[in-house]
Design a protein around this ligand. Structure first.
Ligand SMILES: Cc1cc2nc3c(=O)[nH]c(=O)nc-3n(C[C@H](O)[C@H](O)[C@H](O)COP(=O)(O)O)c2cc1C
Length: 336
């Protein structure tokens, strides 16, 4: 572990997160263009991907540090979750480390500066022309105060505001920290939401290539749920799926003093379940449909397992928090 990493991990979790973002923001001022580490190149969502290792959503919720994060070597960086209006999220403390399990529990609650602030930042990133080959995903959510019946309008606002900057959108219906959000992953609510977003995607594109739409799903779903979600994704001509978000399960960390904290558990304890969801999705989704695997990846073999289960690309969050950019180097090498 680097000295900087040790210092960051000795501070309270949210303080060290904020400091890391400040440092990564500074990295944007460095001269020169920023490219992904060379690795196993592939095509995803019709776009070239220089290596299959991405940053998962939630670390740079406000797109403040895109260039600094891209400098870590990721093939793709996903910012957000962003909501139409700025909101403070849940009261602190809301982020807990479980280092013995290489895990985190968070109940951040979509704290973010809102879509207009993100649009201004992404406009600067794009006009700097420094991002050279790193794909940029924008993860969209709904405001806490927006009732589920009106959820579609929040996602549509996000698409309208940010479609000029995103290489793809992720529709996040799987955060456990916005009350009721995950119920949108089921039945008619899912179908009607996805079809409205698809319609807007095509309208916004006009004659040009539409910005692809990915759906991010929870790990806490039955296999019937997963099958039904896959059916709707195909029926509504969505472009891909990201699996998975954090879990409510505490089975693997039951003895830990933080196990009683509410929120989503990420990291090592999630790894097996995420691979299982990806494997099931791959078996039912059409062959070429984009599938990104995320959850607990920190070793070479976990990265390879996820790709073997059928993901074309992977994302990391928790292992990046614990290990910094050397985790990106390790996983890019492992997947080459
Ligand atoms: C502190 C924290 C905040 C997160 N915020 C978001 C978010 O805003 N949107 C989202 O889709 N996922 C969010 N996630 C979930 C991650 O993107 C990822 O799906 C999950 O942590 C599993 O990957 P990991 O085990 O590599 O961390 C968050 C995770 C953590 C730990």
């Amino acid at each position: 572990m680097s000295a900087l990493q040790s210092i960051l991990l000795s501070l309270p979790p949210e303080r060290s997160h904020d400091l890391a973002i400040v440092g990564l923001k500074g990295a944007a001022l460095l001269p020169g263009r920023v490219s992904p580490l060379p690795g196993r190149s592939t095509t995803i969502l019709g776009k070239p991907l220089r290596n299959p290792v991405g940053l998962a959503a939630g670390l740079d919720k406000n797109a403040e540090a895109v260039l600094g994060l891209a400098r870590c070597g990721f093939g793709f960086v996903e910012v957000g979750t962003v909501t139409p209006l700025a909101q403070p999220g849940n009261p602190q403390p809301r982020l807990f480390r479980l280092p013995e399990h290489k895990a985190l529990i968070n109940r951040m609650g979509f704290n973010n500066d809102g879509m207009q602030a993100m649009a201004r930042r992404l406009a600067r990133v794009r006009s700097s022309n420094k991002l050279c080959g790193t794909l940029l995903g924008v993860n969209l959510g709904k405001n806490k105060d927006t009732p589920n019946e009106d959820a579609a309008s929040d996602y549509l606002k996000g698409m309208d505001c940010l479609h000029g900057y995103a290489d793809y959108f992720t529709i996040n219906l799987s955060s456990p920290n916005t009350p009721g959000l995950r119920s949108l992953q089921h039945g008619d609510a899912l179908r009607s939401l996805l079809s409205r977003l698809k319609e807007r995607q095509l309208q916004l594109a006009g004659q040009s290539q539409p910005v692809p739409l990915m759906l991010k799903v929870a790990p806490d779903l039955s296999s019937d749920d997963v099958a039904q979600i896959a059916e709707q994704v195909v029926a509504c001509a969505f472009d891909g799926v990201i699996a998975t978000n954090t879990t409510l399960s505490r089975e693997a960390v039951a003895e830990h003093p933080h196990a009683i904290e509410t929120g989503g558990l990420s990291g090592q304890p999630l790894a097996d379940r995420s691979v299982e969801v990806v494997r099931q999705l791959r078996s039912v989704l059409p062959e070429g449909m984009a599938l990104v695997g995320v959850g607990g990846i920190s070793t070479e073999s976990q990265a390879r397992d996820m790709l073997q289960a059928g993901a074309q690309a992977i994302q990391i969050y928790t292992s990046f928090i614990y290990n910094g950019s050397k985790m990106v180097h390790k996983l890019v090498a492992a997947t080459n």
